[in-house]
Design a protein around this ligand. Structure first.
Ligand SMILES: [Zn+2]
Length: 276
């Protein structure tokens, strides 16, 4: 047991990732008096511009997108009750193979040790008991998500600060539900991207999930946080579902526990099991 306020740190790649993957736990634990630290590694400059302008469009102005997304992130963090919002400010690397991968300040182009050192400083300052990030594949292969995973694990290794470390995941049984929702809400003619047969499979078999946190009571905050990021095309599908359906689909957040010094029994329903 620790005799100071418990601290949760979530490390994410882009503005808006905090809402979909961990909006529920951020809101829930903040409501329980736990200090929350949100670290967003990139500026989101490869996102959609105002009016849905895509990054390949010559009218796309990364500086405008960065300012817009910083404001959306600030609003989302406020809705989720985030105690400390930290932006590392690396340039969004875009999807794998995009020219932005090679930009000098691109997150993907930054040595892991360099970015990990900055994150380690934050871990030493905030002393998180629990740290959450993505799996080695960045959940779906985005270079910035992979890099966020790498720097987080390196910072954990260097500092030894958190008692528990988690990777966000999705049980494979949930994909059938996502498919159904996609068919119902996606615009006519839209198709789910073909899975790359050479890429690792997204999510894990249900029995491998270690931690299920029921965040349905915080569905309103999670949905509102995502609404704060309405400029991004991929969020619109979720927003079209409405809060109730969204909460049904996303009301339990699931994780893989990959580091633990508490000995809390698995499966567990609380990221802080064994710490309070
Ligand atoms: Zn992202």
């Amino acid at each position: 047991m620790v005799d100071r306020p418990l601290v949760l740190m979530a490390v994410h790649a882009h503005p808006d990732d905090e809402a979909t993957g961990t909006g529920g736990v951020l809101a829930k634990y903040a409501a329980e008096g736990i200090e929350t630290v949100l670290v967003t590694c990139t500026d989101g400059g490869c996102g959609d511009g105002p009016g849905g302008i895509k990054p390949a469009d010559p009218a796309h102005d990364a500086a405008v997108v960065v300012a817009l997304r910083a404001e959306e992130l600030r609003r989302s963090a406020e809705i989720l009750g985030v105690t400390h919002l930290e932006q590392l400010g690396y340039a969004d690397s875009g999807m794998l193979g995009w020219p932005q991968n090679e930009a000098p300040h691109a997150f993907w182009n930054t040595p892991v040790a360099e970015a990990a050192q900055r994150l380690a400083e934050l871990m030493r300052r905030y002393r998180p008991d629990v740290v959450v990030t993505y799996d080695e594949y960045g959940f779906y292969g985005h270079p910035d998500h992979i890099q966020a995973h790498r720097i987080t694990m390196a910072a954990v290794e260097a500092t030894g600060v958190p008692a528990k470390v988690y990777w966000t995941t999705v049980p494979r049984s949930a994909f059938a539900q996502f498919q159904k929702v996609f068919e119902e809400f996606a615009p006519a003619g839209a198709e789910l991207p073909e899975a790359d047969p050479d890429a690792p499979q997204v999510g894990v078999p249900d029995e491998e999930v270690t931690t299920f946190v029921d965040v349905a009571a915080f569905g309103k905050q999670k949905f509102a946080a995502l609404e704060a990021h309405a400029s991004q095309g991929e969020n619109i599908l979720f927003l079209q579902m409405g809060q109730e359906r969204f909460t049904e689909l996303m009301g339990v957040e699931t994780f893989l526990r990959v580091r633990d010094s508490t000995g809390a029994a698995l499966p567990e329903d609380d990221l802080f099991a064994g710490l309070r």
